[in-house]
Design a binder for this molecule. Structure first.
Ligand code: ZN
Length: 69
């Protein structure tokens, strides 16, 4: 039995929706929301506005890079 470090819910390792490894430690989460919150707090996950911007452009152009000229 593991404990979700974000919401404190008991999570069974094999039923855990999400897990994150930090060094040799493994953290289990009840949901993606809890995992994201934890990773942001620990600095593992960085917001990537640049990447999101690029993905949005690619989606708008149906996967083609925009032409600049
Ligand atoms: Zn949780």
């Amino acid at each position: 039995m593991a404990k979700d470090p974000v919401c404190g819910m008991e999570v069974t390792e094999k039923d855990a929706q999400r897990m994150t490894h930090i060094g040799h430690e493994t953290y289990y989460f009840c949901s993606k929301a809890c995992q994201e919150q934890f990773e942001l707090k620990e600095g593992i996950r960085k917001e990537e506005p640049g990447k999101k911007w690029w993905q949005r452009i690619l989606k708008e152009t149906k996967g083609e890079p925009p032409k600049c000229h």
